[in-house]
Ligand binder design. Structure first.
Ligand code: CIR
Length: 414
């Protein structure tokens, strides 16, 4: 039986998830480009794939249907010419390539079968690869200065190594999907692929969108569905105040939320998204980086009978419990002492993926944080992430829940 699409919490039983198995786009990372492409180093790709396969297998063994982004992309472009055209036009950047090369590249891509096209859209393409692929194709008139001036190993289409972090480029809320508005150039094109998948893949036909205006940056890692109708949005290195405001307004208009907590976080790499310092592990519990616990605050935007009001900033934990209608949000700390906590926060100890209330997937390396979770009654399913972690993202970042049971009321399933 196919689960009903959508999610209204972080912790309802996970039925369907979208992952991206890291592929050739990771093989593009070099010591010269890894910073710009938002990786801390150059991962061992085969090992990263093994780690990811184990992650996916763990989810399957717990009854979760795993959809792989590359399969969805290929299938969407196989069934739809419009999907192919959309992918090509998003990848061909005339401003960077000039008119002649942009035309040549688009002409070449139009003749590439869907599976290879999907690979190119994800892994990018070098000047040398384009030249080799064009041999045998009719030559178009008009020389390209840009071709002459670039090195063969430069990219005509940039790779997207951060596709691995499917959490950021789309998220579900209620029965709708939001394609986000990513903040940094290295990730911008990712949403053209998620947009295409949700627009053209047969599995998602008829699905409605949330945050359609996408007027300002909002990344999925900053969006936590605290409870049905209650959403927290981190504002820091990625999501902007304008993004949080636009998202809140749009969620209110669509009836997808009544309260949005806007949570300022430090504008630094260690806390690039709200889910790097805090994730939910149960309907009333979070795992949180202790260094920010007492200072984390929230502006509460609420839509009630009297219209939209903004309150705060107030202490986050109190504002969250209040909005969720629970007496207290339980907090489980990262790490042991301040040094261990800082290390485990950096290694995504806070970035857990809940499979059900009180059941989470976590990186095995965060030994102290995992022990604390277990001491608090949370079941911890450990995965290794020595290579996956070099992109600075954990189990939550690497997953986009497509279907979760409602946390408000667990439906009975046949
Ligand atoms: N939600 C997340 O924290 N996602 C991890 C994103 C890591 C990626 N290398 C980035 O810098 O955007």
């Amino acid at each position: 039986m196919t689960a009903e699409l959508g999610a209204d919490s972080e912790v309802g039983t996970l039925r369907t998830v979208m992952l991206h198995r890291p592929g050739d786009e990771l093989r593009r990372l070099t010591p010269r480009n890894n910073d710009q492409l938002l990786f801390d180093g150059v991962p061992w790709v085969d090992r990263a794939q093994q780690e990811h396969d184990a992650f996916a297998e763990l989810l399957r063994s717990r009854g979760v249907e795993v959809l792989l982004l590359a399969d969805l992309l290929t299938e969407a472009m196989t069934v739809s010419g419009a999907a192919r055209m959309q992918g090509i036009s998003a990848a061909v950047n005339e401003r960077r390539l000039g008119r002649a090369l942009a035309r040549d590249l688009a002409a070449h891509l139009r003749g590439v079968p869907a599976p290879q096209l999907a690979s190119i859209l994800m892994a990018g393409m070098t000047f040398d690869e384009l030249l080799a692929a064009e041999s045998g194709e009719p030559e178009l008139p008009g020389a390209s200065l840009v071709r002459r001036m670039h090195h063969g190993g430069d990219f005509v289409i940039d790779p997207l190594p951060n596709l691995l972090f499917t959490r950021d480029s789309s998220f579900w809320i209620g029965n709708r999907v939001a394609i986000t508005s990513l903040a940094l150039p290295a990730r911008l094109r990712e949403t053209t692929l998620t947009d295409l998948i949700y627009a053209f893949h047969p599995r998602f036909l008829g699905v409605r969108r949330a945050y359609e205006s996408r007027t300002a940056p909002v990344e999925g890692g900053d969006v936590l569905l605290l409870a049905p109708g209650v959403v927290a949005v981190g504002v820091g290195e990625r999501t902007t105040p304008a993004g949080a405001e636009a998202l809140a307004r749009s969620l209110f208009e669509d009836g997808l939320a009544h309260t949005v907590l806007v949570v300022p976080i430090a504008q630094e790499r260690a806390s690039m998204h709200l889910d790097t310092v805090c994730t939910m592990v149960d309907v009333d519990a979070v795992v949180m980086y202790p260094a920010i616990q007492d200072t984390l605050s929230a502006f509460t935007i609420h839509k009630g009978d009297a219209g939209v009001t903004i309150r705060g900033a107030d202490p986050f934990l109190e504002a969250a419990a209040d909005a969720m209608g629970i007496g207290k949000l339980r907090v489980i700390d990262t790490g042991l002492d301040t040094v261990t906590a800082e290390r485990e926060q950096w290694d995504d100890g806070n970035n857990t993926l809940a499979l059900a209330p009180g059941v989470v997937v976590a990186y095995e390396r965060n030994v102290e944080t995992n022990a604390r979770l277990e001491a608090s009654g949370i079941e911890v399913l450990r995965i290794s992430g020595s290579e996956l972690g070099s992109g600075r993202g954990g189990p939550r970042c690497m997953s986009c829940p497509v279907a979760r049971d409602s946390a408000a009321m667990e439906p009975v399933r046949s």
